[in-house]
Design a protein around this ligand. Sequence first.
Ligand code: TRP
Ligand code: ZN
Length: 459
Amino acid sequence: MPSLLRGRLAPLLAVVPLVLALVPALGAPAAAGPDTLFPRLGDASYDARHYDVRLRYDPSTNRLRARTSLRAVAPTRLTSFQLDLVGMRVTSVRVGGAKARWRRSGQQLVVTPRRPVEGRFSVTVAYRGVPRTYRDPDGSREGWVRTGDGAIALGEPVGTMTWIPSDNTPGDKASYTYRITVPTGTTAVANGDLARRATHGRRTTWTWRARDPMATYLAMVAIGRFRGYHSTARSVTGRRIPVWTFADRDHDVPRSVRRTLPRALRFAERLFGPYPFTSTGMVVDDADVGYALETQTRPFYPFAVDTVTLVHEMAHQWFGNSVTVSDWHDLWLAEGFATYTEWLWEARRGGRTPAQQFDSLYAQPASARMWSPAPTEFTDSRDLFGAPVYQRGAMTLQALRERIGDADFFAFLKIWARTYRHGNATTADLVRVAEQVSGQQLDQLFADWLELDGRPAGY
Ligand code: TRP
Ligand code: ZN
């Protein structure tokens, strides 16, 4: 959304004259080609603005009845367009209130409106069924994941299309409203702010609003018999940020972990600038997927939450969620930063310094998994969550810090978070910002660390 970035530029320029040179770059349209790793997903011919997701879920049968309305903008006239959806039975599709023709083709729902759309339009899809769990090429599970007493929807990298017909690519961010109807006594949690909870006899509808732009992979709903904790966290600037935390009744979150959350938030704010969203919290549920996920505003944790993972998912709110990749091959922009934040946190707690973390990783043999494929060069989605993206990504930041010095490095972190706040960014954008902040030419350093197959020499 380039227009969003333009709106953010004025205050930025007032405070940081140094980044004046960024203006032309920000005016350029976002890359809109097919994703490197998931070329069939997403439709660049329109821009999703808002998803209104209505769900009715029965935990005893795992059946969902749903109606999602998407408001979008088409810059040019479209005779048909595509949403991503797997599984579920579609019962109707309307565009601007009129019945539209549609067909399913692989993971696509192809919609042909009665009349072409141009400019603002809306599409409403009614669908039902038992949503699918999606198995990634690396064997991990995402999408609609059943738990002991309900389900949780996890979307990285592509699982959101199991329950929301969507423009399922990280380059198209939108706001969301969820209205989730469940049996009274069951809780429905999602991203953003709890706006309303209305009970009508045996059913309760939970309304959540996520106003800030969000990539589809960060959408989350968790349904179950939860214990809820509501409080506020004080930001470093004194802002009161609502905290909504929910835990499966059998996997409670210890008070010590809940007390760490505002500390991790302030730790990240001091490094990266103001927390980018309207609320925070966590969801602790018994979905045994083997990973935690930085679902926007409210990360998911499989059971025991450790502090370092909490810090990692908190860092993602800036890097990954506010500043989002445009293409999956740039995922180190999220995972390298989140891993580096763990290093900074551990050092602050008297553990190893980032320089020590770097040295011990650098000492790994040239044959170690971390050195190949290079962080931005993988072409197989099985490599998305590998050591090159996480560890070598974090090492890239340490190499940058060594080169440009602490003052410029920590200024760069804040400027990066601020320039692309609520937007999308690429590795090329990052190189440009780092060069402008430091006044140094850094393309070779980034090429060594991000593109070169094998261990970079001379570091
Ligand atoms: N993005 C998650 C994190 O770093 C990790 C993650 C999501 C993951 N899906 C995965 C890791 C699948 C391994 C496999 O917090
Ligand atoms: Zn991560």
